[in-house]
Each structure stands twice: as C-alpha cells, then as structure tokens.
Design a protein around this ligand. Sequence first.
Ligand code: ADP
Ligand code: MG
Length: 756
Amino acid sequence: MDRNASKRQVPATIAFVLTLGTHVQFVKGIGPQIAQLLAARGITTVEDLLYHLPFRYEDRLHPRALNELQPGEMASVIAEVRGSALLRTRAMPIFEMTVGQGIHSLKCIWFRGTYLKDKFKHGQMVALYGKVEASRSGRGFKMIQPQFEVLPSDHDEDDEGRLLEVGRIVPVYESLGGNKLTSRWIRRVVFNLLKELNEDVPETLPGALLERLKLPGRAAALQYVHFPPPGTPISQLQASATEAHKRLIFEELFYLELGLELKRRKFKEREGIAFETNDQVREAIREVLPFHPTAAQKRALAEIVADMRRSSPMRRLLQGDVGSGKTIVALQAMLVAIENGYQAALMAPTEILATQHYLAARKLLERSSKRYRIVLLTGSLDEDLKRLNRRRISEGEADVVIGTHALIEEKVEFHKLGLIVVDEQHRFGVMQRFKLMRKHTDSEPDVLVMTATPIPRTLALSLYGDLDLSVLDELPPGRTPIVTRKIGDERAEDVWKFVREQVAKGHQAYVVYPVIEGAKGDQPELDFAPVEPEEEKPAKKKAKARQLFEKPTLKAATEMYESLRTGALAGLRLGLLHGRLDSDEKEIVMRRFQRGEIDVLISTTVIEVGVDVPNATVMVIEHAERFGLAQLHQLRGRVGRGAAKSYCILMTGGKVSPEAEERLAAMVRTQNGFELAELDLQLRGPGEFFGTRQAGLPDFRVANLLRDREVLEMAKSEAVRFVQDPEGEASEEERKLVRARLREAWQRRYGLVEAG
Ligand code: ADP
Ligand code: MG
C-alpha cells in the first residue's frame, strides 16, 4: 500500500487532528482510491470504520493443540506449513496443504484452490479456522476450506504484524473489498486509528444512563471490541455478549427508539380530528355488521374509537393473524369517520387486494339504509376513470376511497380526509409509512395500520415503535383447523383427484405457482412497486443465482393453467390470475371466483394477502419449497375462512434444501402465525423476513434484531424514560449531544431528514 499517497493529501504544515468525523481518505494507509472502495461499502468516516466490528475472534494466545481437536467442532489452530500441492482432479482443481505441530499434523483442503498455489511456503506459521473433520483414512483430522492467515515470523521486520496477529485474541473482520481490504488490513488500520485517537472519542450517551445500565463508555467499548484484553472468553465475544458489545448495540438501538418515540409524541401534539360517536354513529356501525364481533374485535374497535374521539391524531397498529377479521374492524372505524362528515381511505399493497376490499366494502355498506359513495383507485385503471375518480374524491363526492399506492404516490387531493387505513403494512415498509404520514398538513387525519403478518414483538417494537398497538388474538368462531400436508410432485394425480372431489362437494380451490411464465426470467410475482431500490445485498444476489439455477424446472401459472384445463382438471371451471393482468381483468376474475363461477383459481402469489373467499377449501401450493414461511402462512390463510373443513397441500418439485424442509415441516406442525413468524425470523433474519426490498428495515451497523431482543427492549424503555424527563436524565451538555447524535443517526442511518 502506498502510504505516501495519503500523506500527500495533508499538508505537513498543518497540525492534523484525527477525529471520528475525519474522512477516511485522510487516514494513514488510505488514499482516494481505497476511500472509494470503502464508500461503496457505506464507510466514509473514521467512525464508520470503527463501527465495522469483527464478526469473530481467534484466540491466538491459547490456540488449540492439534492433538486435542474434536471432530465436528469449529477450531482455531496455529501450525507450521509442512507441504502443499495443487491436485487436478477431473471435477476441479483441489489445493491440499498439510500443517503440523511436532508429530501431529492436520490436512487442509480447498476446492478450486488454484489461487492458493503460491501462497504458502514451507516452514511458515499459519492461523487456520474451520470445522474439524475426521480424515478419510481414519487417522488425524482435516479442515475443508478453512479460513487462514499467514502469520509473521519471529525474524520478520513486521513489528506491527507480530503485535496484532499472534499471541493475543485476534479480531477477524468481514473483508471490505476483495483481497485488498482484508481482515488483516482492517485490523491494522483500526489499531492505528484507535492509537491515534487515544481515547478521544466523544461519548454519545448520558452518564447517568450508562451508570444505571452499567455499560462502559464509548472509547473503552470500541477499544475492547476490536482488541479484547487477554482472558476475555471467546464465546462471549463471538456472541457479541460482552459489556462492550452491548454498549455499542444499545447505543444504536437507543437512537432508533428515541427517534421513534419523539415522532410518536410529536404526532400526538398535532391537531387532529375529535370524532364524535353518538347514537347515530353507533347505529350506522351496527347496521352493516353481518355477524357478532369477537371479543378481540370489540376490544380493538373500542381502542380505535377511543383514539378517534381524541383531538390528537391516531397512530395505531392493528395486528392480527390471518383470518382474525381485521377488515371489518377497519370498516367500522371508517364508518365513524364518514358519519362525522369526513372521507375515509383504505390503502392496500396490491391491486387485487384493493379490488377485493372494494367489493367487500360495497357489499357491506349496501346493508346500510344510507347510500355511501365508494370509489376505487388503482394504478391500472384507465386514465379517464382515474381522473373522474380523483375529481369525485376532491369534490367530496366519495365517502370511501379504496386503492393502492397510487393513492399516495399520485396527486390525490382529498376533500376532507378523516381516516387512513393502511392494510398489510409490512409490504409498505417503515419509510414509506413516514412519507404518507407527512403528507397531510392542516388537520391530521387518523391513521390505522393493519398487518396480517404476525410480527414478532421485537420487530414490532423497532418497526412500529411510534405506533400504539391493538391485537386481534382470537379467530372468529366456527373455524376448523386446516389440514396441512406435504406431498411430492410425483403424487400430483392424487392431488388433482382430491381437488375434483372438493369441487364436487360444492367447494372451490386455489392452485398457486411461484412464477407467471416458465420460459424466460420471470421473477416471483409481486404486483406492487417495490420501495426505493437500495444496494443489493450479497445474500440477495445468492438467492438470485439460486433462482436462475432452478428456473428450468419451475412450473408456471400460465402453462399449468393450460395443462390442467385440458388435462387433470378438464371439465372444471378454471380461472387464471396474475399480476400482469390489468385491473379490470383481475376484478372480473376475482368477482367470478367470489361468486362461485370459477371452481379452481390458478394463480401466482398475487393472492397471497387478504383475499377472502370463505367457500374455498383447498389451497394447493406448487413448488412450496420456494416460498418463505410468512408467505406460505399467508397463502394457507386464504382457506379455512368458512365453516367447512379446509386443506393446504404443499407440493414440492425438485430438490428441497434442509432449510426448506424445516419450513415445510413447521407449516405442517402448526397454524400459529406467531410461532411461524418467530421461526421465519430465525431462519431468514429480519431483512429477508419482510423481503429485503420491501422491508424498509433500518440498516443496523452493530445491532441484530434477532440476537439483541433484550437490548432492544431496554433501549425502548430508556428512550421513553429519556423523552419523559430529559432534565432528570442528562445535563444540558449531554442533552445537546444526544440531540445532535439523534439527528445524525436518523439522517445517515435511516435516510430520513427529520428525526422528530
Ligand atoms: P384478516 O384479518 O385476515 O384480514 P378478514 O378481515 O379478511 O381477516 O376476515 C376473515 C374472514 O372472517 C372473513 O370472511 C370475514 O368476513 C370473517 N369474519 C370476520 N370477523 C368475523 C366474526 N366476528 N364472525 C364471523 N366471521 C367473521
Ligand atoms: Mg385482511
């Protein structure tokens, strides 16, 4: 590395003081070129670099001796290179190396290891980390694809290397770019930064808070997580469970929660609408109710109505498992607004869902003696109709407006908007929600957010920390559990026979496929615009590669529609539904299915959320191995909505990964959405849980929602405490600091200009 390059950036005559805010370009060892590489990874300042924490640690003070390794364990060893060779097998080149300690040896194997050919020299010391396996001969052990570092030897000139890489607990970092910005490189840069900063790292949390939680200061914590003192238990470090880790995690989550809490309060202070609920309103609600609400529905509605009566604007999340009956609660709330002379809007994530809500709302409102005016507004309505509907909305000729995103994104002027209901919230993402809520200026409409995905409490806390929560924890009466079976492709004939039997009994069925057309590059179906694109995550890329790999064998909706229509399901009335139909076509198909004019609906996952046809009793999901748990649960939720016994058939085609097996087994085992959501979160991680793109999840640098639940709860309660009594919690100086940090965190990390 050209160290002089960076020196040239800094005129020697100016005393250069390194701070956390210093641009990385001015750091010793980093020039403009590397700075650019780092910027691509979101690292622009010294602080960013310091918050790139090690993802694991190696104990090179007490490395494992080769003769005490156990097969199956992950181990760190230090040994001497004894020999190596590149073997050219027919399948691929394999690089083999033998390392030793005294009479004991260990074999290391790297597939496609040509790049390692000249890497190691006889007699060199190397640090290896990997899984220990018994070697095939039965004698000794091997490691397959271990991670490695060549260590500096005693006579190397490299003092720094000896200091940092041997005889201590060594931090291992995720590379920040190819084979240049390696773990070793980061280690040295960070080490020097910490030395140069010399504890000159401003504290970001109030002293009283740190003392109460017994957390270390920021400077000490950073030093500790990068270069833990000898004797720190490795297991604690690996689990990010040291006090130092906790402190940094807490800091990150505290500022997220503080921002959310301030937002919540600020909204509350705004002038909202104090709706009245007199006898007339109550009668209007009673009139449309087609059944007795469950106790949970009554409770939720009471909470919502109490909010609506207050003059501060409502910000409430209605959470309930699939089929718990959120829609009717929302419609009742909308009636409160309408009866008070306001308009109510319901936004859905897909056109099909918006259309269905529109149909359902119309049916329900027709029960009333009043004539409510209800308007549909979706992206693919033809322009004239859109324009007409917009005019009806702006001139107050529509009481209820139901639509998709188009509602927010296009210029819809409401005459007098009183309530916004956002259905299936997880599809929108946090950031979009903030956008929507900012839009209205004069008197704030109330906002009710509904989510069908049972969000684990930890995520709910961080995603919806600014909302109040109502939960529907009870299903309407008369539901029988859905029978769920996993069945291999080869038994398809049995499945279609079963579908025929159900249809013969007067029921209906869904058959769902992951893509529309099999031929060319169809992505899994989503008929809504994704949230602003962000940089693609490596995990996502991998998933894409996997999709490509599996594509040729995927069954697709359109082709299967043809093949079933003329084959296994010939004679039944089939319908085809996917996101590429325009909204009229979708509406027609949905209506016909709802009226029972279609027996079997062949569809993509556009029907995943919300679709409600109680007479449908069979959900067949082909390529079920390809769907996420949350998605499978949503799909299964389309049946079992009436009194008749319902079935979910998970068909698998092709190879099923162990992880997919686990998902399918969970589906068969339980119908509890919360349980499934927790498992899904564990299997996929919080980003994927909501579908990375759609998630709008804040990008954490040290926190991990899965691992850090306790810290998150702590951060939440501390944030509330701080907001309630800033003077009691912090000195004036500290409060200033907290405010500045908050602003920065929300601008940089969560991409929002205002923190609250
Ligand atoms: P979700 O919470 O998944 O949006 P829906 O609101 O679509 O659930 O309701 C699921 C089904 O249950 C619908 O057919 C609805 O009409 C019916 N339903 C809702 N509440 C009740 C109730 N209290 N009694 C009987 N059926 C109900
Ligand atoms: Mg719903």
